[in-house]
Design a protein around this ligand. Structure first.
Ligand code: GDP
Length: 365
């Protein structure tokens, strides 16, 4: 599966958010640093109205949404890259995630201690980003030591890598993340991947506000949005406390509460959606009488590999994909009608699966 790590300084609301997301009480929210020691992994259902619209038509026995993983990562403090707090463990955990949700405290509350004494989202963001930057510089220097020797002895490939590493190091030494430069890196992409650099992962900022902040952006949120715009990173504004309360409620109470808050949906939905976008994921559906189900793939995945998500046998024995567009099914009202109108297309192994495709795979056993 694909996963998104929740990071941020201690006491910014990570566990509260994580609990709301997973609707469990596994991660213990507590008002002191280092509460969340082991990374907690939560499997979160991706809300997608299309799934239920398809089910209304197909009337299956079972409806199965797709999921995305969130990992609650232990609190980072200044100096983590040098092993402060649970620094090294924390950073190792980030290495294993595909994207980062960076929770930033944008609420004032005297009862909630701030590790640096005051609320200041830009300073907080910089603190975390710098730790990741330091760790990446360390990885690059280690690698440089190795390749440098090879380069000196005339190895052409090694010389090229040294060049790439130097370029990456320059970016990091300016205090910048690698991610915004990824597209331009060509050869560098491979190096970045091999080193699994922390700052090469896509980031979204989660501005954690108090209830008033939900109605109108406070100063903190404005600052975060301004910074994020420069970095071309998405921002999701939530109130983790409200989300935690919402997550406890039954459907009707929840709708009532949302109305009171003037919200159309829980903020978590936006977090999940942005996570999806950040990872460049799309959804396709399978729709049979037994089960209507949503599946997650990376954009650009070809039909056989998409089939492989369901079962490796289907990928191995792939013959073709019978593809109906979601909009067509909804408009025509049944699979049969789509078929009769020639809206069900037969696609081969080079077909790139599109978001919203409803697919029936033909395969040899
Ligand atoms: P973590 O260390 O980042 O995981 O932070 P926690 O989720 O444990 O939250 C730390 C403290 O801040 C807890 O006492 C939470 O109840 C409180 N908290 C979290 N989110 C909010 C919020 O949106 N508003 C307020 N006032 N307090 C919050």
């Amino acid at each position: 599966g694909f996963n998104c790590g929740i990071v941020g300084l201690p006491n910014v609301g990570k566990s509260t958010l994580f609990n709301a997301l997973t609707n469990t009480s596994k991660a213990e929210a507590a008002n002191y640093p280092f509460c969340t020691i082991e990374p907690n992994v939560g499997i979160v259902e991706v809300l997608d109205k299309r799934l239920y619209k398809i089910a209304e038509i197909v009337k299956p026995e079972k409806i199965t949404p797709t999921t995305i993983e969130f990992v609650d990562i232990a609190g980072l403090v200044k100096g983590a890259s040098k092993g402060e707090g649970l620094g090294n463990q924390f950073l190792a955990n980030i290495r294993n995630v595909d994207a980062i949700a960076h929770v930033v405290r944008c609420f004032s509350d005297e009862n909630v201690v701030h590790v640096d004494g005051s609320v200041n989202p830009l300073r907080d963001i910089e603190t975390i980003n710098l730790e990741l930057v330091f760790k990446d510089i360390e990885s690059i220097e280690k690698r440089l030591q190795k390749v440098f020797k090879q380069a000196k002895s005339g190895d052409k490939k090694a010389r090229l890598e040294v060049e790439v590493l130097e370029t990456l190091k320059e970016i990091l030494e300016r205090g910048e993340r690698i991610y915004p430069y990824l597209e331009k890196l060509d050869e560098g992409k491979r190096v970045v991947k091999e080193l699994s650099l922390l700052t090469a992962k896509p980031v979204m900022y989660i501005a954690n506000v108090d209830e008033e902040g939900l109605f109108e952006d406070n100063e903190y949120v404005k600052q975060v949005k301004e910074l994020a715009e420069k970095e071309e990173a998405p921002v999701v504004k939530i109130c983790a406390k409200v989300e935690a309360e919402l997550a406890e409620l039954e459907k009707e109470e929840k709708e009532e509460f949302l109305k009171e808050l003037g919200m159309e949906e829980p903020g978590l939905n936006a977090v999940i959606r942005e996570g999806y976008k950040l990872l460049d994921l799309i959804t396709f559906f399978t729709a049979g009488e037994q089960e209507v189900r949503a599946w997650t793939i990376k954009r650009g995945t070809k039909a056989p590999q998409a089939a492989g998500k369901i079962h490796s046998d289907i990928e191995r024995g792939f013959i073709r994909a019978e593809v109906t567009k979601y909009e067509d099914l909804i408009r025509e009202g049944s699979m049969q009608a789509c078929k009769e109108k020639g809206l069900m297309k037969l696609e081969g192994k080079d077909y790139e699966v599109q978001d919203g495709d409803i697919i029936y795979f033909r395969f040899n056993v």
